[in-house]
Design a protein around this ligand. Structure first.
Ligand SMILES: [Zn+2]
Length: 253
């Protein structure tokens, strides 16, 4: 018993010595007391949590997708979407037009719910260095809070029915009810092959661990629709972020 107690005490003393959680320690050098400041990054000031330096991390979005460097996805990877054509509302949030909507997304066998979709011009992601005029982001969330964003490139071509409804409902600085149905699936390609990687939100707080599914096939919108969107939100795209060793996977339908 005595031996056990001694070992326990030794562990306690050791743990205390290792923790070393004061900012300064005092030591004697040549009989003189000197204050030794420990390195700042070793300690966090819990009384000043607002002052904690914000770090955006090294797995940020958007990225450039180099199609020569993508890896085939091993998972089955299929996407099944059931988005509602009846939106909750449409809001100009100052940096984009956001349509709050409901619906479900089954991505690679996991369930997500649609929260909202919004648009960027030019596209945020690039493919082999090339931008598209517009990129739509469909923001889905799982039951445990994980975000999965389905990104769709818009290229110039035929007029897009769903985007037309979105454009006709824009009211600068306002949240409006959307009375007419939005043909949401007209803004998603029929073939859902995609590029997948792990990234972040592209607006503050730039949180990471966001799953990205960037559709390979763009949908068409007319040049007039692109011009109309640009009138409101020109250049609301975050610049390309470093890949930092992340893999980009490709799922083919
Ligand atoms: Zn976005």
């Amino acid at each position: 018993m005595k031996k056990i107690l001694f070992v326990f005490a030794a562990i306690l003393v050791g743990a205390f010595a290792l923790s070393g959680c004061s900012n300064d320690s005092t030591s004697k050098v040549n009989g003189k007391e000197t204050k030794v400041e420990s390195k700042k990054e070793d300690h966090l000031d819990y009384d000043d949590q607002k002052g904690w330096e914000f770090e955006s991390g090294d797995a940020q979005s958007p990225i450039n997708i180099d199609t020569n460097k993508v890896e085939p996805m091993k998972d089955n990877g299929g996407i099944t979407l059931d988005y509602s054509d009846i939106a909750v509302d449409e809001v100009d949030n100052g940096h984009s037009i956001q349509v709050d909507d409901t619906g479900t997304a089954v991505i690679n066998g996991r369930n997500f719910e649609l929260n909202q979709f919004h648009f960027h011009a030019k596209s945020e992601h690039t493919v082999n260095g090339q931008h598209y005029p517009i990129e739509a982001h469909f923001v889905n969330q799982s039951q445990d809070g994980r975000l999965a964003v389905i990104a769709v490139f818009f290229k110039e071509g035929k007029e897009n029915a769903g985007f037309n409804t979105v454009l006709s409902n824009i009211k600068k600085g306002e949240k409006v009810n959307v009375d007419d149905e939005i043909n949401v699936m007209s803004m998603i390609p029929a073939n859902t092959s995609y590029y997948h990687y792990l990234g972040s939100l592209t607006t503050p707080p730039l949180s990471e661990n966001v799953e990205w599914y960037v559709m390979e096939n763009p949908v068409e919108v007319s040049s007039e629709q692109i011009k109309e969107f640009d009138k409101y939100y020109d250049a609301n795209n975050r610049k390309i972020q470093k890949l930092n060793g992340r893999k980009v996977l490709e799922h083919k339908e």
